[in-house]
Structures are given as structure tokens and as C-alpha cells.
Design a protein around this ligand. Structure first.
Ligand code: FPP
Length: 232
């Protein structure tokens, strides 16, 4: 089997899952952590190099304040709980996104875990937090413009050069993007990076997503013919 180098997941359906159980939305997010653990373990086992998870979009800041607070607390708690396992399994942890809205304590915890796991030789787990594709392209354009200003002239720019300004610089583009819960859209995720990504949609709600579902997605990926706009 051809194992994708970079798998990305839009984890969707936590709220609906909670509603089905007659519970509050945060109950679904809590249950979603188990699916995060399962996907991370499986990807590490089969030799995926990068797993990126869309945990919180720039747009998600507009959700009710108690849900936003609950999600940030959940991330904080999960980082503490999973620290040992990440270290033991050589997983490198990184957060990517517009971190300027995050609390100082959360930012400090993120930086600490990033540093502690930086030498990991296995899977890189990328938590996309306060991330959006348009934000990423815009911040890249701004930083390029700033470099031009500093240089006092327009600097040459090609596609790999622009990728180097994105928040995902140095990370290969996703090979496979999975979205759970039946929705079939990209929702302002990695717009530049997903130019040639294979998409896989499943009706499974994120808290129910398990290893077998990931296996099915990888199997589907293996049946795709990636032509990158060329002919065979
Ligand atoms: C989408 O479901 C899910 C989120 C916005 C949050 C995902 C977060 C986690 C699984 C928790 C922790 C993450 C890590 C990395 C430890 P939704 O709320 O949009 O569901 P709905 O569409 O059914 O309302």
C-alpha cells in the first residue's frame, strides 16, 4: 500500500454527534479527542510523516464564548495529557495558525510542548489552530511585500518561493485531505496547499472516526491516479 506522506483532516461533526446523544456541543469536542488519539497512533504506526488536523478556524472565534473557551481548555488539557505518549512515540508536535488571539498561558504551553518534542524522529502532528487559508495567503503576501520594502526592490517570486512564506513552509502539501460528517467543502482551509490534494469525504462524525475509517480513506487514495494536470 502506498502510504500518503501527509494526511490532513477536517474534523467535523462533533456538535451533531453531541446533539444525537442529547448533550451539549462541548461533549462532542471532548469525545473528538479520542478520535485524535486514534488517528495519531495509527498514522505513527504506518509511517505517515505528517498528520495535520483542522482544530479551530479563524471563523470559529465567532462561536459562543463558552464553546470557544471550552475548546481552548480542551486543547490545553490534551497537550498535558498526551505529552508522555507523544515523547515516547517520537511524535513532533507543532501548532500552525494565527496565534495572536490565543491566551498567553496557552501559547506558553504550546511553545513548551513544541520545544520538548522538536527532536522527535517520527510523525509530525500539526494542529491547525486559529488557521484559515485566506489568512495564510495574506500573511505570506504581507511578509513578501515587507521583504521587498527592506530590499528596496521587487524580489523574484515563484511558486516554491511563495510556499516558503506560508505558515506551512517546509511542510510538504497534503496528499490526502479527509473531511468527516458528510460535508463536502474546503471551508477556507489550506487553499494554496491543497492544489493537487486528493479529497475523501465520509459521513462518519468525527468522534466516531476510527482506524478502520482511516484505512478506508487510504485505500481510496491508493485507487486514485494523480496526474497533476498532465496526461499519462
Ligand atoms: C468541528 O465540529 C470540530 C471542531 C471545530 C473542533 C475540533 C476539535 C477537537 C476534536 C478537540 C481537540 C483537538 C485536538 C487537536 C486535541 P463542529 O463543532 O463544527 O460540529 P458540527 O458541524 O456537527 O456542529
Amino acid at each position: 500500500m502506498n502510504i500518503p506522506q501527509h494526511i490532513s483532516i477536517i474534523m467535523d461533526g462533533n456538535g451533531r454527534w453531541a446533539r444525537q446523544q442529547g448533550k451539549r456541543r462541548l461533549f462532542g469536542h471532548n469525545a473528538g479527542v479520542e478520535a485524535v488519539r486514534d488517528a495519531t497512533t495509527y498514522c505513527a504506526e504506518i509511517g505517515v510523516r505528517y498528520l495535520s488536523l483542522f482544530a479551530f478556524s479563524e471563523e470559529n472565534w465567532d462561536r459562543p464564548a463558552d464553546e470557544v473557551k471550552g475548546l481552548m481548555e480542551l486543547l490545553f488539557k490534551s497537550m498535558l495529557n498526551e505529552r508522555e505518549t507523544l515523547l515516547k512515540n517520537q511524535v513532533r508536535f507543532r501548532v500552525i495558525g494565527n496565534t495572536e488571539h490565543l491566551s498567553e498561558s496557552l501559547l506558553a504551553a504550546i511553545h513548551k510542548l513544541e520545544e520538548e518534542t522538536a527532536a522527535g524522529t517520527g510523525l509530525t502532528l500539526l494542529v491547525m489552530l486559529s488557521y484559515s487559508g485566506k489568512w495564510d495567503i495574506l500573511q505570506a503576501a504581507r511578509r513578501y511585500a515587507a521583504d521587498c520594502l527592506a530590499a528596496g526592490k521587487p524580489l523574484p517570486l515563484d511558486e516554491p518561493g511563495f510556499s516558503g512564506y506560508l505558515a506551512t513552509a517546509g511542510i510538504p502539501d497534503p496528499d490526502l485531505l479527509i473531511r468527516t460528517s458528510g460535508e463536502q467543502r474546503i471551508s477556507n482551509y489550506m487553499l494554496w496547499q491543497c492544489a493537487y490534494t486528493e479529497f475523501y469525504y465520509t459521513p462518519v462524525l468525527w468522534p466516531d472516526f476510527r482506524k478502520t475509517d482511516l484505512e478506508a480513506a487510504i485505500q481510496s487514495y491508493n485507487c486514485r491516479e494523480r496526474r497533476y494536470g498532465k496526461v499519462e
